[in-house]
Design a protein around this ligand. Structure first.
Ligand code: ARG
Length: 572
């Protein structure tokens, strides 16, 4: 929809020193439709133009009468309130959505720019738990947003496949494990061993030394350590891919921490050459006192590398390989300091692209008060959560719509969708407490609610066609928009028109929850329209117009759901 841009352009041409994009920033959507469809507060302009806000609004009002899309304008208390030509607005919007369909909301603004997204990145040999869910879901949604806006994207799964935990695992496996059991039980057996290690090490601290020694061996290419490591990685990856498949998430690269094993040497040399490395009791670090941060540890006493070392190396590698415009790390807020530290190291190394590294933090997830920590073994495995959600939705479908075809498929789409949507339902930085009742509520602000509304649109279209088709009946594109000017129809159309702007906002703020909340608003406005205005009425023209709005909302919901990683079943 170009109407807002056009309007901003007309306004800018009346205001010296202001351009279209500045006016775009100023334009607001009034909370109450009596105050217009759009409104421009003139208070900021008042300073620049040295005139009273109300005087500015009145002058603009005189000049704006009769321009495209505008029915009338009012100058009220320093605001310029703009009332759109409703029929023109609705007709343009619907035609636009019905023509662009799956592409509605997309743009080419990102053309030629590359975004690297580091997300999910679970640790090998530890189960994928609810704590890892958020990075996977937020990262995937961000990927879809950038992709939709025309950016080139690289999805990297920076697997935690290196580090002291492998030393621990090797020790535990040798002492208390067996090949058969690991093969039979996969990650949960690896987890049992890992937890056992920590329990035992509590009263036998020498185990820690043994574990460290094994990790050093691994880093130095010892073949026994290497073989075990590879085996643990393969077992874990097999389980992770099952979950990614369920969630519909894919990656372009699985270059995890171990990938940088042979690439760290030159980076450490570079740090030395640039006089950034300092020795401290045998360890090597970069001091960051000046920036009020603890030092970044680069090498341990025993010469083994650390999380920082691998992240710095990976960033240099990614810059060289992908020449990114942004490299985004979707990692929980608990790791903020880690990122601040090594981003600073990159800056101190003299790389001007340090400001293109972005940490996207998010809050914790708890499940009915239970904390999620691998060490204690108190984890809720994500796969359990997903399968439980699917079977709960399946029960609801069995009770309410027992004759529906593809019940299993739909239960999967809605069950998984409920979990994803719940994770994206509030600002990412907030902690969330997971509750089944909330996540699966078909009447709440949930995935099932939005998906159900989408299915309702499809069902109306099917009925109108008297067939399985969810397209507009023949000739449905030539409708009379003046039949959609009653309050609830107009509000639903206005809501659908906001979609492209929301997509850009969500991308700019790296906040996919803006899309989920928008979808709830759109679904609610649509449902108001649906309850007030019967769609399949006898009057052919009214029916045609209402169906065009139904199809518009259906396409918009579908595009929005897809952007946050949800499917849109046509029937629930
Ligand atoms: N493996 C880490 C964890 O599970 C997250 C890695 C995030 N990515 C990164 N480049 N540091 O805590």
């Amino acid at each position: 929809m170009e109407y807002k841009k056009q309007l901003a352009g007309s306004l800018a041409s009346q205001l010296e020193g202001m351009d279209e994009s500045q006016i775009m920033e100023l334009l607001e959507y009034p909370p109450n439709p009596d105050m217009g469809d759009l409104s421009m507060p003139c208070f900021k302009l008042s300073k620049v133009l040295r005139k009273a806000p109300q005087a500015i609004a009145e002058e603009l009002k005189a000049k704006l009468d009769g321009i495209a899309y505008v029915e009338r304008v009012e100058a009220v208390s320093g605001y310029l309130n703009i009332y759109l030509d409703k029929a023109q607005f609705v007709s343009t919007l619907l035609q636009d959505v019905l023509t662009r369909r799956e592409a509605y909301g997309s743009s080419t603004m990102g053309e030629g720019k590359t975004i690297v997204l580091d997300f999910s990145s679970p640790n090998i040999a530890k189960p994928f738990h609810v704590g890892h869910l958020r990075t996977t879901i937020i990262g995937n949604a961000l990927y879809k947003l950038f992709d939709f806006l025309g950016y080139d994207t690289v999805r990297v799964n920076h697997l935690g496949d290196w580090g002291t935990q492998f030393g621990k695992l090797i020790v535990a496996y040798q002492k208390w494990g067996s090949k058969e059991q690991v093969e039979a039980e996969g990650i949960s057996e690896l987890l049992r061993l890992y937890v056992k290690f920590h329990d035992e090490a509590d009263h036998a601290p020498e185990l820690e030394d043994e574990a460290r020694a094994w990790f050093v061996k691994l880093e130095q290419g010892d073949s026994e350590a290497g073989k075990l490591w590879k085996w643990f990685v393969d077992i874990s990856l097999k389980e992770f891919s099952r979950i990614y498949k369920l969630l519909g998430v894919e990656f372009d690269s699985y270059a995890g921490e171990s990938f940088y094993n042979d690439k760290m040497g030159p980076v450490i040399e570079e740090l030395k050459e640039k006089n950034l490395l300092e020795e401290d009791e045998g360890a090597m670090l970069v001091r960051l006192d000046e920036y009020n941060m603890a030092p970044a540890l680069i090498l341990k006493k025993d010469g083994s590398s650390l999380y920082h070392t691998r992240d710095i190396t990976a960033a240099l590698y990614r810059k060289k390989t992908y020449d990114f415009d942004k490299c985004i790390y979707v990692v929980d807020a608990g790791q903020s300091l880690h990122f601040q530290q090594w981003f600073k190291v990159i800056e101190l190394m003299g790389y001007d692209w340090a400001d293109k590294l972005v940490h996207v933090p998010f809050g914790k997830v708890s499940l009915e008060g239970a904390k999620l920590s691998t060490r204690k073994g108190n984890v809720v495995m994500l796969e359990d959560l997903l399968t439980q959600s699917i079977s709960k939705i399946r029960e609801i479908i069995d009770a309410k719509n027992p004759d529906m075809p593809n019940k299993d498929e739909v239960a999967r789409q809605v069950g998984v969708g409920a979990i994803i949507f719940n994770d994206l339902s509030t600002n990412r930085i907030k902690d969330i407490v997971f509750s089944w009742e909330e996540a699966l509520n078909f009447d709440g602000e949930t995935g099932p609610y939005v998906q159900y509304t989408h299915a309702r649109c499809c069902s109306l279209l099917r009925k109108a066609n008297g067939s399985e088709s969810t397209e507009l009946p023949a000739g449905g594109e030539s409708f009379d928009a003046s039949l959609l000017l009653n309050d609830s129809a107009y509000q639903a159309a206005k809501e659908a028109a906001l979609f492209p702007e929301k997509v850009v906002q969500a991308m700019n703020k790296l906040e996919p929850s803006l899309i989920s909340r928008y979808l709830v608003d759109l679904a609610q406005s649509f449902n108001r329209f649906y309850h007030e205005c019967p769609i399949l009425v006898d009057d052919a023209e009214t029916r045609k117009a209402r169906l065009a709005l139904v199809k518009t909302v259906q396409l918009t919901l579908q595009n929005g759901l897809r952007l946050i990683g949800l499917e849109s079943p046509k029937q629930i």
